[in-house]
Design a protein around this ligand. Structure first.
Ligand SMILES: Cc1ncc(C[n+]2csc(CCOP(=O)(O)OP(=O)(O)O)c2C)c(N)n1
Length: 689
């Protein structure tokens, strides 16, 4: 323990930071690509944070109550990998393989908890929003289980992240909620990718954050005493999130062949030092490294980080003792906490949910949410100021919204900030222990897209509720009427994640019963994000086949597509759709049978991506390739293109909508039983030619 208590030596601290600079520059130089300048500037802060403040378990990267560190500027990955090499999470060979095929050190960091990378970063701004999400998750858990589990969420942000609009949402929400467990370091080096920052901004960033209710501290980002002081102040802050603005020098330590300073050059932002105009070997020498062997952790730095890890072990062991005694005294609560952390849902029985007849699927979703509020205690639902419209109020009515330093509720009123909300949901999922759900109108999924993409890439089980799913929004007009959105979101179903699975599950249920099933599918899908695409308008319930219970029939939606209306004989035509179009197709099928004596099968395809994952024989049974198939979509015809097959036909919208009552639009755009009949007749005529 004497070793543990050894006074922190400033000299070794500076040396460790130089070691990070050398390793970062060497990685980029060897890879012939990457970003050395920012990494060299941020090294002093990251070194002090990791060695003296961040609480992690050196022996278990997954320890749930560790402090979190989220990098926002993923281009500064070399800095992160270097400090993590000092802590023992990466080997020198990993650093040498930076950005190479098959390496665990990709160009921009990808979430890898085993190696202590907490988030995938690169799209600027999202990383610090993840930290805000983790900070909310931590407060939520601490409220329920006690402060013994409390920890900090740190983020590192750069000029780019500060400029991205998402920082406005994070700044507002974190200040409003008084997230004092959130500490962000702003690496303010006054340079960005292609210019100096004074060419794009003249804001007073400290004042901006202060106005949002933040504690702000401006320091020399290379002065380790100031860094320590700022971090200590931030840790002791009880009421506000803290922004530490560190004035840093891009390319700190870089010199030319002649030994002149090559600092503060934005050319070092995104290329090896040698390409930018500096001398790599002179720079390494200047930082007291060996130009012939820059991939080296100095022995004294290695010893120092051994000591650091021992200190962490001592802290963690105390925290684990606290946890054990709490668990012994609170066995039931402990069981619940472990269930939360498992990522699985508790035993629930959604068959108990009763819906009125012929309701909108958003209303059915509200009924499900009301049930979930009573039965799933770790769900956090957020809405971007539409809770009474997207019907998340079914959940909200059973709980309350988060408010300033009060996380006893389970609802986040995110305000009008869809991207922030979605990135915060990612942060909650990354933290663990929480089932994050966020809601808005489907057309505004466009605003969330960058975070949805990262959720898909990171394989996070975030659930999106998207209501007002078609032109039937009506009078609000084309700005609010989604057309191409479903096709866009289904592209993510086609895109495989790194585990080889569809990176997204998009579910557009056909009626209330299917909505319940869709919710169950979403909750059970712990491997990817799920989107629920729901109607504003009422939909006729799909009749149950052979008068069985409709909810039992709807269970088949878990196969992606299934038959909702069958014929005695082989069908003459198969009609395919999802969402509210299924009811229209059923009405059309009745007309076709009655007036044209055709045998018509109707298929509800809640998720094409999921359907294509089913065994071939099941797919062929539902949509055989020797029978004409017509699809009806309220989105672009391409939405159903792959389902109807090469000889099939898709009817949809290939133009923006218009402002008018929904029933008028249905008629104008041909979403009626009569038009289904006409389209089928036309199609069968062409098919037979
Ligand atoms: C959303 C987004 N837009 C653009 C980029 C491309 N890009 C990468 S870094 C950067 C700006 C770099 O400036 P700064 O954040 O100050 O980092 P530094 O130059 O200090 O390393 C840009 C525009 C990106 N990664 N993400």
């Amino acid at each position: 323990m004497d070793k543990v208590k050894t006074r922190i030596d400033d000299e070794i601290t500076l040396k460790a930071a130089d070691n990070i600079r050398i390793l970062s520059a060497a990685m980029v130089e060897k890879a012939r690509s990457g970003h050395p300048g920012g990494a060299m500037g941020g090294a002093d802060f990251i070194n002090v944070l990791f060695s003296e403040f961040l609480v992690y378990d050196p022996d278990d990267p997954t320890w749930p109550f560790r402090d979190r560190f989220f990098l926002d500027p993923g281009h500064m990955s070399a800095m992160l990998y270097s400090v993590l090499a000092l802590t023992g999470s990466y080997t020198i060979d990993d650093l040498k393989n930076f950005r190479q095929w098959g390496s665990i050190t990709p160009g921009h960091p990808e979430v890898d908890i085993q190696h202590r990378v907490e988030n995938t970063s690169g799209p600027l701004g999202q990383g610090h929003a993840n930290a805000a999400g983790a900070a909310i998750a931590e407060r939520f858990l601490a409220d329920r289980f006690g402060e013994w589990l409390s920890h900090k969420s740190y983020a590192f942000i750069s000029d780019g992240g500060i400029q991205e609009e998402i920082s406005q949402g994070v700044g507002r929400i974190a200040g409003h909620l008084g997230l004092n467990n959130l500490i962000i370091f702003f690496d303010s080096n006054d340079l960005q990718l292609s210019t100096a920052t004074d060419q794009v901004t003249s804001e007073d960033t400290a004042k901006k954050y202060a106005a949002w209710g933040w504690n702000t501290i401006t320091i020399d980002g290379h002065d380790i005493t100031e860094i320590r002081r700022a971090l200590t102040e931030a840790q002791n802050e009880k009421k506000k999130p803290t922004l530490i603005i560190g004035k840093t020098i891009m390319g700190k330590g870089a010199v030319t062949d002649e030994g002149h300073s090559f600092e503060k050059q934005y050319s070092t932002h995104g290329q090896p030092l040698s390409k930018a105009g500096a001398s790599f070997s002179k720079t390494i020498q200047n930082l007291n490294g060996h130009p012939d062997n820059p991939f080296k952790i100095f022995p004294e730095v290695e010893d120092y980080y051994d000591l650091v890890n021992d200190r962490k072990r001592a802290i963690v062991s105390e925290k684990k003792k606290l946890q054990r005694s709490w668990e012994e005294n609170n066995p039931e609560q402990a069981k619940k906490l472990h269930q939360f952390l498992s990522g699985n849902i508790p035993d629930i029985d959604l068959s108990k949910i009763k819906h009125k007849a012929n309701i909108a699927t958003r209303v059915a979703s509200s009924n499900v949410l009301s049930y979930l509020a009573d039965h799933v205690d770790n769900m956090i639902v957020a809405s971007a100021d539409l809770s009474n419209s997207d019907k998340t109020n079914g959940f909200l009515d059973k709980t309350k919204s988060f408010s300033y330093q009060d996380f006893s509720g389970a609802f986040l009123q995110a305000g009008v900030s869809e991207l922030t909300m979605a990135a915060i949901a990612n942060g909650m999922a990354l933290h663990g222990g929480i089932i994050p759900v966020c809601a808005t109108f489907f057309v505004f999924s466009d605003f969330m897209k960058p975070a949805i993409r990262l959720a898909a890439l990171m394989e996070l089980p975030v659930i999106y509720i998207w209501t007002h799913d078609s032109f039937r929004v009506g009078e609000d007009g084309p700005t609010h009427q989604p057309i191409e959105q479903e096709a866009q979101i289904r592209l993510l179903e086609q895109l495989k994640n790194h585990s080889g699975n569809n990176s997204f599950l998009a579910l557009r249920p056909a009626d209330a019963a299917e909505t319940t099933v869709a919710w169950e599918m979403a909750l059970r899908n712990t491997k990817t994000p799920t989107g629920l695409i729901l109607s504003r308008q009422n939909i006729d319930d799909i009749p149950s086949i052979k008068d069985m219970d409709r909810y039992s029939d709807a269970q088949n939606a878990s196969k992606g597509a299934y038959i909702v209306q069958e014929t005695e004989d082989e069908p003459d035509v198969i009609l395919v759709g999802n969402g509210s179009e299924v009811a229209t197709l059923i009405a059309g099928a009745e007309l076709l049978e009655r007036e044209k004596k055709l045998n018509v099968r109707v298929v509800s395809a809640i998720s094409e991506g999921l359907f294509r994952k089913q065994p071939e024989n099941y797919q062929a049974e539902i949509i055989p390739d020797n029978i004409p198939v017509l699809g009806l979509s309220s989105g672009l015809p391409v939405t159903l293109r792959n389902l109807v097959g090469p000889k099939g036909k898709c009817v949809g919208l290939d133009h923006f909508g218009h402002s008018a009552p929904a029933e008028v639009l249905d008629k104008q755009f041909g979403f009626t039983a009569e038009n289904v009949l006409q389209e089928v007749e036309k199609y069968l005529f062409e098919y037979r030619l």
